[in-house]
Design a protein around this ligand. Structure first.
Ligand SMILES: [Zn+2]
Ligand SMILES: [Zn+2]
Length: 354
């Protein structure tokens, strides 16, 4: 498919992303600020926290990773907007990934802000971040990788690949559970929650109809297609959830999409169409690999797909992501009756035609 390129809403912000620097703290429009907050050891480099002015302080959309560097950047960014961290009244978290949720608890501690999260992500908190439960999650991940056909030699490295980052996330419980269609109680803002599962089961976008903007979190980004993967905490068919949730936001009439990474952009519907097309291409590519290699494992499919770099140079954590993303596409094809699996210690995949 031909590549669709979005129009950046602010050229300087796009240039900063492409140039590997941190964009400016910026007034997006009256009463609305964009604050880049650095995230460690991650090619995404920063999360864009949005500060929404209220009569008695600010609400923020996402918080950043729980590091001192991130906290300081958030404090400094709010100061540019004329606020102190103690002025934060609400933290609206798009989803539980550490670059969005990590700092929420620390912000609440100093400001007394309430934290909002969708119940489907709130449910995952304990197993993900509580030391008494996290071992179970690692075991489940390992079992999933065995069923995918991951070789024994790399199994342990892959299964524990995300544990090193856990200490950067605090276990804050949300104060308010926000469901699809809920109006957020923020004076001066007509903000409505839109449940957009897929990237995480409880991912939320926030829509302001009057200001014609969508806070899209990781659901729709300017250049990257967010990871949609099967893992122990995902729904059985996360790609179906995701594609449906893309269609759900496509209809919104907005002038600007305010994502959590990279840069702001204008064309929502066109970008959604492109991302859907990207997954359709991927589904076809996977179906073709199975057609050519009957009885192949998920892992062996993943190693044969085109990635942004050669398979040999992909880090263990990203290889696991690649495997689990492939599995999400397999689950989608299976639900549509296009492929089937023979269960075993490792599942083997077949075309329905064969
Ligand atoms: Zn995320
Ligand atoms: Zn993110």
């Amino acid at each position: 498919m031909s590549k669709f390129v979005v129009t950046a809403a602010n050229e300087a912000q796009r240039a900063a992303w492409l140039g590997g620097t941190l964009p400016e703290v910026e007034k997006v429009r009256p009463g609305l600020w964009s604050i880049p907050v650095p995230i460690p050891i991650n090619p995404l480099r920063y999360v864009l926290v949005y500060a929404l002015e209220l009569p008695d302080g600010v609400a923020i959309v996402d918080a950043g990773w729980n590091t001192d560097e991130a906290y300081d950047a958030l404090v400094a960014g709010l100061a540019v907007a004329g606020y102190a961290i103690t002025d934060v009244r609400a933290v609206l978290v798009t989803h539980i990934h550490p670059d969005h949720y990590g700092l929420a608890g620390r912000v609440r501690e100093v400001s007394g802000a309430w934290i909002a999260l969708h119940p489907a992500d709130a449910r995952l908190l304990r197993d993900r971040y509580d030391d008494d439960y996290v071992e179970t999650l690692v075991e489940q991940e390992k079992a999933l990788l065995v069923r995918s056909g991951v070789p024994q030699t790399v199994l342990d490295t892959l299964a524990g690949a995300s544990m090193m980052i856990r200490h950067m996330v605090t276990m804050a419980r949300p104060d308010r559970l926000v469901e699809d269609g809920d109006r957020l109680d923020l004076r001066g803002w007509d903000l409505r929650a839109v449940w957009t599962p897929g990237h995480s089961p409880g991912h939320l976008c926030f829509l302001s109809e009057s200001r014609r903007v969508l806070f899209s979190g990781d659901h729709v980004l300017a250049k990257i297609t967010p990871m949609v993967a099967v893992h122990p905490q995902s729904t059985p068919n996360p790609l179906a959830d995701y594609l449906e949730a893309l269609v759900a936001v496509r209809k919104f009439e907005v002038d600007e999409v305010l994502p959590a990474h990279e840069y702001r952009f204008k064309e929502l519907a066109e970008r959604v169409d492109y991302v859907i097309g990207h997954h359709e291409d991927r589904l076809e590519e996977i179906a073709e690999v199975i057609g050519a290699h009957d009885g192949i494992t998920c892992w062996d499919i993943a190693t044969r797909l085109t990635w942004s770099r050669p398979w040999e140079s992909i880090q263990p954590f990203m290889r696991r992501a690649a495997n689990n993303e492939t599995l999400a596409h397999l689950a989608w094809l299976e639900a549509r009756g296009r492929v089937r699996r023979t269960p075993g210690e490792a599942n083997l995949w077949h075309s329905m035609q064969s």
